[in-house]
Design a protein around this ligand. Structure first.
Ligand SMILES: *Cc1c(COP(=O)(O)O)cnc(C)c1O
Length: 368
């Protein structure tokens, strides 16, 4: 008796999806847990965002503004963009999905990279299209590899810049070269979830490229530096034709009213963002240096996380380190599903958490 004869059958591709597994949250039996597995900020949200969220508690019977105007206007004001070219989503994950459902169908190909964010592949498959994975070079996106994978079936290219879980980036010149090499009918999606953290002269999130072309979109999130992952707020900056098309697919009230209010207050508080950037720059350098000093290899990161590579040696592997750390209340992210079976990704946390991980890994690496 086959399953298909008993229950409705999902569309082709759906059962090829490996469902997304979020970072671990629990360390059983440990009193104090430091969750460093999902790139959340240790600084929480801006007090102004929290206040705006709380104020909405007395208006919950009303539908939210389906256009999220207050939020789009705040984003536009802070980034110098026309709000008409901004669309908000229930997290940027929703926007990535909407883009796939708007532009991809059976027979189409979406290009992703070897260690790319898993949501791209999931959404390409969900749209019935075919993900095409290209290799990276030293955990960095390889523009030439992407360009040589383009066929007449290619409809979308996904690039996280900086990338997760590697923390690496490609310079703006490389992004331009990638765009210049793509046919006009291919949509280039620049996922800039960690853009705020980057302090490099040759980096750009992609705003100018979006403004100057008809086939580039940039997605951003309030889940990382803004500390609002629990509210689910993302946005994209896109050409008018893309906004118009995706708007037809989007749920009419995809952001909640508290999300719209909190997001608008959060983005207007750029002093809070600056504090978060400073905290991260200080600790990113300290953590990387300390872990390298005990013999671990770190992929150079411009984000709020580091990819830690463990020795290929019994007792010293990533899986064992993960268990060792979890027992002490430090939850990092296993990244086997991203093609790194012997690495862990660590989010830069509070001073206490960072120092705790350094101390625990020093003990781990020193054990006989
Ligand atoms: C965290 C992250 C996002 C953000 O997702 P949200 O749905 O906005 O929370 C998007 N892309 C990448 C690469 C990420 O790491």
């Amino acid at each position: 008796m086959s399953l298909a004869s008993k229950s409705p059958e999902p569309r082709p591709g759906i059962l090829d999806i490996a469902a997304y597994v979020p970072g671990k949250e629990h360390a059983p039996g440990v009193a104090k847990v430091h969750k460093l597995s999902s790139n959340e900020t240790p600084l929480g949200a801006s007090p102004k965002a929290i206040e705006a969220f709380q104020a909405m508690a007395f208006n919950l019977e009303r539908y939210p503004d389906g256009q999220a105007r207050a939020l789009r206007e705040a984003i536009g004001a802070v980034h110098g963009l026309n709000p008409a070219n901004i669309m908000c989503g229930n997290g940027s994950d929703e926007l990535l999905g909407l883009l796939c459902h708007t532009y991809l169908g059976p027979g189409d190909e979406g290009i992703i990279t070897e260690h790319g964010f898993l949501v791209y592949k999931i959404q390409i498959l969900a749209a019935g299209a075919t993900p095409v994975t290209v290799e990276e070079k030293d955990a960095r996106v390889d523009v030439d590899a992407i360009l040589s994978a383009v066929t007449e079936r290619t409809k979308m290219v996904f690039l996280a810049n900086p990338a997760n879980p590697t923390g690496t980036y490609i310079p703006v010149d490389e992004v331009r070269r990638l765009h210049a090499g793509l046919p006009e009918g291919v949509l280039l999606v620049l996922d800039a979830a960690y853009a705020e953290y980057v302090r490099r002269n040759d980096y750009a999130a992609g705003l100018e490229l979006v403004s100057a072309s008809r086939n580039v979109v940039m997605t951003r999130t309030f889940s990382k530096i803004y500390g609002l992952a629990g509210l689910r707020i993302g946005w994209m900056y896109a050409p008018p034709e893309v906004i118009d098309a995706v708007d037809r697919v989007r749920g009419p009230f995809n952001l909640s009213a508290p999300s719209i209010a909190a997001g608008a207050a959060a983005i207007r508080d750029q002093a809070f963002v600056a504090t978060a950037v400073d905290h991260n720059l200080t600790w990113l350098a300290r953590v990387a240096e300390a872990l390298e000093a005990i013999g671990l290899r770190i992929t150079p990161s411009v984000t709020n996380f580091v990819l830690i590579h463990f020795p290929d040696e019994a007792g010293k592997r990533a899986e064992e380190a993960d268990e060792f750390l979890t027992r002490r209340g430090y939850i990092l992210r296993a990244v086997r599903s991203y093609g790194f079976p012997n690495a862990l990704r660590m989010t830069i946390g509070s001073a206490e958490a960072n120092e705790g991980v350094i101390a625990a890994l020093t003990e781990f690496m020193g054990r006989k």
